[in-house]
Design a protein around this ligand. Structure first.
Ligand SMILES: CC(C)=CCC/C(C)=C/CC/C(C)=C/CC/C(C)=C/COC[C@H](O)COP(=O)(O)O
Ligand SMILES: CC(C)=CCC/C(C)=C/CC/C(C)=C/CC/C(C)=C/COP(=O)(O)OP(=O)(O)O
Ligand SMILES: [Mg+2]
Length: 295
């Protein structure tokens, strides 16, 4: 019985449910902006479909990532379900392709254009883990784009449902998400520098050193803080945007101070480990800023 429970826990862990929750929130950002632009109620029961597609495709993306990362995770993340042996690589592969297939099937039922968008993003997600990740910075931009694409996807699905054009306003949170995730991916590269170097993954940290990667992450994430007040000045978002944007800024600034104060490679890697978790809190706060800010 314990083995069965461990297996179910392992399968759940492979899908990274905490990230899926944030992805649903960010999908709602695009959906909500379109609703508000055309004078409809923000939330509608139809949101279940884009939310379900994003959960299925993102979960598939996380599972196939662990499948392709098993050797590097043996070094940096021995607790992952495939490395610890709780779930077999064969099972993970079947799970990933089943999740991809379910996401594509629902997209096909929704609309041909939605199927095209989801298929392109699903392919990009799969190829990221299969080989694009090894290119380093390009891989970071793919993850940042795919993350921001949840916002575009929410806007696309609601626009098609309302037979309306996707408003440019959807691009605003998408740009913030892209910069935020990209900065965090560079921080993750600092944390994983040893394992990535042995695996031949040319992240910014491996290619240019942890110090330069730290400087790039500080620049990118500092830019998110610098532009964070702008949406509050646009008259689209309410005070809740400002409240949650401050939380985002605090998570980023605490991360950057920790990184800046590190004096040597070991301290920089330890600071990156702390920043990775802190910035994840910022993702949720950021999603809530652009979501609750629409109410
Ligand atoms: C100033 C302000 C309010 C900024 C907010 C920006 C914003 C909307 C951020 C949300 C980012 C986002 C789209 C998150 C949803 C999808 C997601 C969780 C992406 C990150 O997943 C990839 C990551 O590398 C997974 O690795 P790990 O986190 O280590 O499991
Ligand atoms: C837009 C549509 C239809 C779907 C988007 C699906 C989503 C939410 C994508 C978000 C980003 C995502 C799921 C990326 C998957 C690839 C991934 C796990 C990147 C991070 O993996 P690594 O670079 O190996 O780092 P870790 O495994 O240590 O986290
Ligand atoms: Mg991985």
């Amino acid at each position: 019985m314990t083995k069965a429970i461990d297996f179910v826990k392992g399968v759940a862990e492979l899908t990274r449910p905490h990230n899926l929750i944030v992805a649903v929130v960010t999908t709602f950002i695009g959906y909500g902006i379109v609703s508000k632009t055309y004078g409809y109620q923000l939330a509608d029961k139809t949101f279940i479909w884009p939310a379900l597609v994003v959960v299925l495709i993102a979960a598939a993306g996380y599972v196939i990532n662990d499948y392709y990362d098993i050797e590097t995770d043996r070094i940096a993340k021995p607790w992952r379900p495939l490395v610890s042996g709780i779930v077999s690589p064969h099972t993970a592969r079947i799970l990933a392709y089943t999740l991809f297939a379910l996401g594509l099937a629902i997209s096909a039922i929704m609309n041909p254009y939605i199927l095209l968008f989801v298929a392109a993003n699903a392919l990009l997600l799969h190829e990221y883990s299969r080989w694009i990740k090894r290119t380093g910075f390009i891989g970071n931009t793919v993850v940042a784009y795919n993350s921001a694409a949840t916002i575009l996807f929410g806007g696309l699905t609601r626009s098609i449902e309302l037979d309306a054009l996707v408003p440019y306003a959807v691009l605003i949170p998408a740009i913030y998400a892209f910069l935020f995730v990209l900065g965090r991916e560079i921080v993750k590269g600092i944390e994983d520098i040893e394992g990535d170097r042995r695996a031949g993954i040319y992240t910014i940290a491996v290619a240019y050193g942890a110090e330069r990667a730290r400087s790039m992450a500080i620049l990118l994430l500092g830019a998110v803080v610098a532009i964070s007040p702008i949406p509050a000045l646009l008259g689209i978002y309410n005070v809740l945007y400002a409240v949650f944007a401050v939380i985002v800024d605090v998570t980023i600034l605490l991360s950057l101070i920790t990184l800046y104060k590190a004096n040597n490679i070991d301290e920089i890697i330890a600071a990156a480990r702390k920043a990775r978790s802190l910035l994840k809190v910022g993702f949720l706060a950021g999603g809530l800023a652009f979501t609750l800010g629409l109410l």
